[in-house]
Each structure stands twice: as structure tokens, then as C-alpha cells.
Write a protein of this length. Structure first.
Length: 183
């Protein structure tokens, strides 16, 4: 008996049957290499997730606005003034930039972490790259810029493209090389 021959527990030699081993190895490798069927996130599912995300952002923006208003009132009260239409524009500008920063941070951070916002998580969606992995923060920012830029420039046509695209991709998805898939 040679040193590299397999030995059974009772000391006898074990001979693999070559035909069976190659058939098993071929079936295992074939089953592990078969790609899973990709189900893309459709327009209405994505719209539902986006609406839910907007509700979440609105909640956080309202909380931010209340805290800013309280701070603004306290600051004006220290100078013997109160909030009026004459001194409200700085607060409105602050709140507008705060809302834009909040929405940008929300979408970029959530898409960069796992590819899911709260709305996408509830609707079973995920943003992925070409390798079906979560996207980077840089790509998430590019996707958000495309989303808001194309959305404003085309008055929504870039989002309706999801209805006609075979892979259910909007223009912002083409720009960032991303796909929205169902989990």
C-alpha cells in the first residue's frame, strides 16, 4: 500500500470510482456556477419605496426645522426681536440647504452601506453594481446627482424610462452603472 492512497477506518484501501467522482464533481460545479434569476425592481415598486423614503426624510426635516426655529427664536429673543416675515429669509435659506443636505446624505449613505434605503428595505429592493455587490459611496453620490439632475432637467422623463427599459433602469442608473434588483 502506498502512502498517499486513501485508507478506510478498518485499515483497508479505499478506491474511488472515477466515473462517479467526475460525475459528482461536474454536477456540483455546474450547480454552483448557475446564475440566479435576476428580478429587477419595477417602476411602481421603486416609486412606492421612494415615496416611503420621502416620508422618512420629511419626518427628519420637520424635526430639523423645529430645532432650527427654536434656536432662531432664542437667538432673536436675545436681541429683543421676534420672528417675522422681515427676518425669516435667513432661516428659510438655512432650512432649504439643510433639507438638500439631509436628502443627499440619506440616499448616499444608505445606498453606499448596503444598497438599501428604508423604503427599499421595506419593498424588498437593493441597488447593486454590475457584480451584484453593494455600490461605493462615490457611485451612490453619482447616482444621487444623476437622480436629482436628470429628474429636474427632464421633468421626470428620466424616471419614466424605467417603464420602457428591459432592465428597469432610469437614466441615473445608466449614469452610475447601477441596477435595482429585488431581494
Amino acid at each position: 500500500m502506498e502512502a498517499d492512497d486513501p485508507v478506510t477506518e478498518d485499515g483497508g484501501r479505499q478506491f474511488p470510482i472515477r466515473g462517479e467522482m467526475s460525475a459528482v464533481a461536474a454536477s456540483v460545479s455546474a450547480s454552483s456556477e448557475m446564475p440566479r434569476q435576476i428580478r429587477y425592481g419595477g417602476f411602481f415598486r421603486r416609486l412606492g419605496a421612494f415615496v416611503f423614503d420621502c416620508v422618512a426624510i420629511f419626518f427628519f426635516a420637520a424635526l430639523m426645522a423645529v430645532m432650527a426655529l427654536i434656536g432662531y427664536k432664542v437667538g432673536l429673543a436675545a436681541h429683543g426681536r421676534s420672528v417675522s416675515w422681515d427676518n425669516a429669509p435667513p432661516l428659510m435659506i438655512f432650512l432649504t440647504f439643510g433639507w438638500i443636505l439631509l436628502a443627499t446624505t440619506y440616499f448616499v449613505v444608505f445606498h453606499g452601506m448596503e444598497g438599501k434605503t428604508i423604503g427599499k428595505w421595506l419593498f424588498g429592493l437593493r441597488v447593486v453594481g454590475s457584480d451584484r455587490q453593494a455600490i461605493s459611496y462615490r457611485r451612490a453620490l453619482l447616482r444621487w446627482i444623476g437622480f436629482s439632475g436628470f429628474g429636474c432637467a427632464t421633468i421626470g422623463l428620466s424616471f419614466l424610462w424605467i417603464l420602457w427599459s428591459a432592465e428597469k433602469r432610469g437614466w441615473h442608473d445608466f449614469l452610475a452603472r447601477t441596477w435595482v434588483i429585488r431581494d
